[in-house]
Design a protein around this ligand. Structure first.
Ligand code: GLV
Ligand code: MN
Ligand code: MN
Length: 437
């Protein structure tokens, strides 16, 4: 982490207010409140009876309104950028103070749990609340990202891409299932896509911290409360479209069929086989659409999604190439056509060593031993890391369950994360002081 390019002077006045803040904080009750707020936001949904909140949807607007009111109560000044990211600024003790950015996302997968993304936002908010109005020698910007999951447009990280200046024309013209483009969705939400350049982080932003549930079983199996992420696995996302011929299910002999769904089924089994045989590789077909989609009609078209991840980019890309080759050979053998559309090729990203060490020290400072780990899940931190030194603190996921309504978190782990976060703020202060000594 190199802060020497940053220009503001800071004073060594942080340690004392933070000690006071820590003393004044009843961490256990704050942790219970964080969990309760996550549950409250989980009620805000586009589909009643579930937690489903997609990018720039009506439920997202209501969710942002609630989080905004909490941010304002914590003395943060609010902006909503052109990508719909909700941003709260808690100023430092001087106008030219450097900024620690803390964030995670508010969108969800369909029928989600209550904690993926939201917990990170609310832990950041609780850190600011714990300061009880005291100004630090650096500012804190809390960003509740509008889009991370990639559900609506098939492209994830739209919020953090906006903040790092990575939204191009192609992305703006990408369409959702209703044929609405990203650009149109922004306009419909009352946002101005022409103002996207203003969403990018400025030079005062110095580092990024994200809290997130682990979403896997590693912390629980090691009996640890918290982890620190060393690296986030790279991801490929795309779609395969098999095109055959629709025909009558009762009259078309088996040898004359060009069944797109049968081809897709063969390929999905090949995807699973490949991933099972490669150490560290995970590959998922999580969505399939079949046309025309009737019991007595042979499928003329099948569209299947693909999500492939590995910590080693070369291994991931080689697996994707083999899976594309498999679509072609399956299609050839069945006299079909197969088309592959790449939606995302995100390289694996290392977290910043120095900032991660600060997270480790902060966790050790509260008497815990963090697990150093790789994240198989994608996070906003992997996009922000292209612009800022970034670190992630993981909280144990009970049962390793995530992307599911049973997703949970233990209150004591939330309390530990909050206390470690306060320790992190102290460590961050020392680094900034050192950079300007
Ligand atoms: C985000 O949750 C992802 O890793 O898919
Ligand atoms: Mn998720
Ligand atoms: Mn997430």
């Amino acid at each position: 982490m190199d802060l020497s390019r940053q220009g503001s002077a800071v004073r060594a006045d942080l340690a004392e207010p933070l000690e006071r803040a820590k003393e004044a904080t009843s961490t256990a009750s704050r942790a219970a409140e964080i969990k309760e707020r996550c549950r409250q936001l989980a009620q805000i949904t586009d589909i009643p009876g579930q937690t489903t909140r997609s990018f720039l949807s009506p439920a997202m607007r209501r969710c942002m309104g609630t989080v905004q009111s909490w941010m304002e109560a914590a003395q943060m000044s609010i902006t909503i950028d052109a990508a719909g990211n909700l941003r709260g600024l808690y100023p430092g003790s001087r106008p030219d103070a450097l900024r620690l950015v803390v964030g995670s996302h508010l969108d969800t997968v369909p029928n989600a749990g209550a904690f993926d993304g939201v917990l990170g936002v609310l832990l950041g908010l609780a850190l600011v609340e714990s300061l009880e109005g005291q100004r630090l020698s650096f500012a804190i910007e809390l960003i509740a990202f509008s889009e991370e999951e990639g559900v609506r447009f098939g492209v994830p990280f739209i919020g953090s891409r906006a903040v790092t200046g990575q939204i191009d024309r192609e992305l703006l013209s990408t369409q959702d299932a209703e044929g609405i483009s990203v650009r149109q969705a922004m306009l419909d939400f009352g946002l101005d896509p022409e103002r996207l350049p203003e969403a990018t982080l400025d030079r005062a932003a110095a580092a990024y911290l994200e809290f997130h549930i682990e979403q896997g079983p590693a912390l629980e199996s090691e009996d640890r409360s918290l982890g620190v992420v060393d690296c986030i696995a790279g991801q490929t996302r795309g779609e395969v479209i098999f095109t055959g011929a629709s025909n009558h299910a009762g009259t078309t002999p088996m040898r004359l069929r060009r069944d797109a769904l049968a081809a897709a089924a063969e390929w999905i089994a090949a995807v699973e086989r490949l991933a099972r045989n490669e150490e560290g590789l995970v590959a998922t077909v999580g969505r399939i659409e079949v046309h025309p989609g009737a019991e007595n009609v042979i499928a003329g078209e099948a569209q299947a999604s693909l999500d492939v991840r590995h910590a080693d980019d070369a291994m991931r890309r080689s697996a994707v190439e083999r899976l594309i080759a498999a679509t072609e050979s399956i299609a050839r053998a069945r006299s079909l056509e197969a088309r592959w559309c790449l939606q995302m090729d995100q390289v694996a990203v290392a977290m910043d060593a120095q900032l991660s060490q600060m997270a480790v020290d902060a966790i050790r400072g509260i008497g815990l031993q963090p697990l150093r780990m790789m994240s198989g899940a994608g996070h906003d931190a992997m996009i922000i890391a292209s612009r800022l030194p970034s670190a992630m603190i993981f909280l144990r996921s009970p049962g390793g369950i995530s992307h599911h309504p049973d997703e949970s978190v233990r209150i004591e782990d939330v309390a530990n994360a909050l206390n470690a976060g306060l320790g992190f703020l102290r460590g961050f202060h020392k680094v900034i002081i050192g950079a300007h000594a």
